[in-house]
Design a protein around this ligand. Structure first.
Ligand code: NAD
Length: 295
């Protein structure tokens, strides 16, 4: 009896109901994946058009799954009805976990996280899908930093297996265990990593993108670089196309955070190609124009 009591005490919180803040490329994808794997999800955004697009994208992924024989109409209805789009913070109040996926800006994320902590129950876990921002720094906006960690998915969420789970200075073991269990429930491969700007994957990726930016400055054609990386080196896409897929605005925000974190290795250059494209509102595939034009 005492054994099972002890087990109950140390067992991690089971995630049965989730919320995603932001219905963009990542928030929409995370909401879809959660619903697809049987965890109902509230998807919150500040724009109705973003919510509509998030639902539309989920529908498109399911359509493809039906065509490949991986889902039937019953599954389509079940998944779509497990996603509740909303403009209201209050709709999030009963969830076990929140995955914040709004714009990559420390100030915006800080206020979104603080606001949502007021709404959810005391034992809810809050996570951030930030690509680069320190989890320990973001946690300073919260009253319960022990219930907060990074949960970093990759794009496109339904295809990419890896999820980085980032432990901040004050994150508790119970929080990490619950988020690892949720990632596994979503069919993903979680790895627990320590906190630093960019964590593991983007700490490796951004020096590569900085090298790409340097070559553009020297006048090398981005199409040529993409071709070499794709066709000759064998990567699925080159750095220009990758930036368009990520979102030029997001790539620009990330570059700034990485330059602040690693000023010697990746010094900020306001005139870099990604910053220039962002200033020209060429945000990549999300608005049909970035390095490339999309019809
Ligand atoms: P996105 O621009 O596609 O979507 C952001 C969404 O957040 C928009 O729909 C916007 O309306 C919404 N939003 C803004 N403020 C909000 C608020 N206060 N409350 C609720 N919603 C709000 O961006 P994205 O690519 O989905 O990126 C989101 C986060 O995920 C960022 O932190 C980014 O670094 C990270 N991320 C992005 C990628 C990628 O490849 N794009 C990969 C991994 C992680």
């Amino acid at each position: 009896k005492s054994k099972s009591k002890k087990r109950a005490k140390t067992a991690s919180k089971e995630i049965k109901h989730a919320a995603v803040l932001g219905a963009g490329i990542m928030g929409g994808g995370i909401a879809y994946q959660s619903a697809y794997k049987g965890v109902p999800v509230v998807m919150k955004d500040i724009r109705q058009d973003a919510l509509d697009l998030g639902m539309k994208e989920a529908g498109k992924i399911l359509e493809k799954a039906v065509k490949r024989g991986k889902a039937d109409n019953k599954k389509v209805v079940k998944v779509l009805s497990s996603i509740t789009p909303t403009l209201l913070n209050e709709a999030v109040k009963d969830v076990d976990i929140v995955v914040e996926a709004v714009v990559e800006n420390p100030k915006v994320k800080g206020s979104v996280l603080a606001e949502i902590e007021q709404v959810v129950s005391d034992d809810a876990i809050i996570t951030s899908n930030t690509s680069t921002i320190s989890i320990t720094e973001l946690a300073k906006n919260l009253k319960h930093p022990e219930k907060f960690c990074g949960m970093h998915f990759f794009n496109p969420v339904h295809k990419m297996p890896l999820v980085e789970i980032i432990r901040g200075e004050k994150t508790s073991d119970e929080t990490v265990a619950a988020v690892v269990a949720y990632a596994l429930k979503l069919g993903k491969t979680p790895i627990v990593v320590n906190d630093c700007p960019g964590f593991l994957v983007n700490r490796v990726l951004f020096p590569y993108l900085a090298g790409f930016a340097e070559m553009l400055k020297e006048g090398v054609d981005f199409v040529a670089i993409d071709k070499v990386m794709e066709k000759q080196f064998g990567w699925p896409m080159g750095p220009a196309y990758l930036s368009d897929v990520v979102g030029i605005d997001t790539a620009d925000h990330c570059t700034k955070v990485m330059a602040e974190g690693f000023p010697t290795r990746m010094p900020r250059d306001e005139a870099n190609a990604v910053a220039q494209l962002a200033n020209a509102e060429r945000y990549g595939q999300k608005n049909g124009k970035g390095f490339y034009d999309y019809g």
